[in-house]
Design a protein around this ligand. Structure first.
Ligand code: DX5
Ligand code: ZN
Length: 215
């Protein structure tokens, strides 16, 4: 069974406490927080002050996805705010290895995200150092986009690399995950599904979260 990390990007921002409570009740394993800076991606969301406030309303671990340029500048702020897993984009930081070590120095879990066009080879030499790979299955920036089919091959190849080398790395998939494709995606060997509009677009968010949990 895959873990579920609902993205609050598609939640009602005027009511985050209640919106987070719903996915918590539905059994969410993580809360996925999409941080965007308007530079690395063409959209702006929220930063450490908002994360710090909502950290106080839930026990569910925070899975923080940084879509910001040079994330090393803000790692400490996100850790102080309550991030449990910090994921940076391989494309966003010049010295990826250094940024990974920096996050690890705070004793936090570290993930590396790859845009759809970025190849797995770009993280070959840091695989031993990370806890998670986040495969973007849409171009980052917005919720509600369609899953890019070519990413299935990428997920399968990553699964094989992890298994062949006995690596302790989770595969997270983000973008376009819906009830009707979730099983197929999990079967590719995915450990954690990020779901935004597929959960928060539902009439009954608690029930919808449970449905994803039960796939
Ligand atoms: C996209 C974000 C995603 C987004 C997914 O840039 O990283 O986490 O919330 O949204 P859906 O599930 O609607 O594609
Ligand atoms: Zn995300």
């Amino acid at each position: 069974m895959a873990k579920i990390s609902p993205s609050i990007l598609s939640a009602d921002f005027s009511n985050l406490k209640e919106e987070i409570g719903k996915v918590e009740e539905g059994g969410a394993d993580f809360i996925h927080l999409d941080v965007m800076d308007g530079i690395f991606v063409p959209n702006i969301t929220f930063g450490p002050p908002v994360i710090k406030k909502i950290k106080a309303v839930t026990e569910v671990p925070f899975d923080v996805h940084l879509m910001i340029d040079r994330p090393e500048r803000y790692i400490e702020d996100f850790i102080v705010a309550g991030a449990d897993i910090i994921t940076v984009h391989a494309e966003s930081t010049t010295h990826l290895h250094r940024t990974i070590q920096y996050i690890k120095s705070y004793d936090k879990k570290v993930g590396v995200a790859l845009n759809p066009s970025t190849s797995l080879e770009s993280i070959e030499y840091v695989l031993e150092d990370i806890d998670m790979v986040l495969i973007m299955t849409v171009n980052p920036g917005f919720g509600g986009q369609s899953f890019i089919p070519a990413m299935k091959r990428k997920i399968q190849r990553l699964r094989k690399t992890i298994d062949d080398n006995n690596l302790d790395i989770k595969i997270e998939v983000d973008g376009g995950v819906k009830l009707d494709n979730a099983k197929e995606i999990i079967d590719l060997g995915v450990d954690i599904l990020v779901v935004g509009s597929g959960i928060y677009g539902a009439e009954d968010v608690v029930q919808r979260t449970k449905m994803f949990k039960n796939i």
